[in-house]
Design a protein around this ligand. Structure first.
Ligand SMILES: [Zn+2]
Length: 188
C-alpha cells in the first residue's frame, strides 16, 4: 500500500504540468514550506513551478517543484491525498471497464481457443461504450462472441423448457397414480 502510494507520487512528480512562475515571488524574498524549511527566490526559480489540483474540489493551484513532494504527500483526515497533478476532467472521462478482448478478461481462455485478437483498451466508462467499442473496433470478434452468447442462451432456454415439460409430465403421472389409489380404495 505504502509502496503503491510512493509509486503514484513518483509518477505524479514526473507528469506534473509546468506552470507560469507566480508574479508575487520577488528576488531576494524567502518562501517557507510546510516543513518549516525555507528556500530563496533563486532556488524556487530554478526548480520551476507546476500545477496541482485539489482532489476534492478540483481547484488548481501553483506549487514549486521543490515543494511538490511534500504537497503531494499531504493527506486529509480521512487518509486521502489533498493534491494531485492529474487534471480532474481527465479523471472523470477515464473509466475502468476493459475491452472484452483484454488479456485479463475471465473468458480469455475461451476466446484464445476461438483465435480472437487481444486489445489493451481498459478505460471505457460505461457498458454502452463497451458495446460500441466492440461493434466498431472488433466487428468480427464481436459477431463471434455475441453469436455464441445467443446460441448459449437459446440452448439454456431449451433446457429450461425441457425441465418444465419433464416436471409437468411427472406431476400428471403422480396425479394419475393418486387418482387410481382413491378409485381402488373406493371399490374396496
Ligand atoms: Zn478492444
Amino acid at each position: 500500500m505504502v509502496q503503491n502510494n510512493e509509486v503514484s507520487i513518483q509518477e505524479q512528480l514526473r507528469d506534473a504540468e509546468a506552470a507560469e512562475e507566480p508574479g508575487n515571488i520577488k528576488a531576494g524574498s524567502v518562501v517557507g514550506n510546510s516543513n518549516g524549511m525555507t528556500m530563496s527566490a533563486s532556488e524556487l526559480h530554478s526548480a520551476g513551478w507546476v500545477y496541482v489540483y485539489d482532489t476534492f474540489t478540483g481547484d488548481r493551484s501553483v506549487v514549486n517543484r521543490n515543494m511538490l513532494p511534500q504537497q503531494l504527500q499531504k493527506k486529509r483526515e480521512n487518509g486521502t491525498y489533498v493534491f494531485t497533478t492529474t487534471k480532474p476532467e481527465n479523471e472523470k472521462v477515464h473509466g475502468t471497464i476493459k475491452c472484452l478482448l483484454h488479456e485479463t478478461d475471465p473468458n480469455r481462455e475461451l476466446y484464445d481457443s476461438w483465435g480472437l485478437a487481444y486489445c489493451t483498451k481498459d478505460n471505457l466508462t460505461a457498458s454502452h461504450d463497451l458495446r460500441v467499442h466492440m461493434e466498431k473496433r472488433h466487428r468480427r470478434e464481436w459477431a463471434t462472441i455475441d453469436g455464441e452468447n445467443r446460441a448459449k442462451e437459446k440452448e439454456e432456454e431449451k433446457a429450461k423448457d425441457n425441465l418444465l415439460a419433464e416436471a409437468i409430465k411427472e406431476l400428471a403421472a403422480s396425479n394419475r397414480a393418486s387418482n387410481n389409489r382413491r378409485t381402488n380404495n373406493g371399490e374396496k
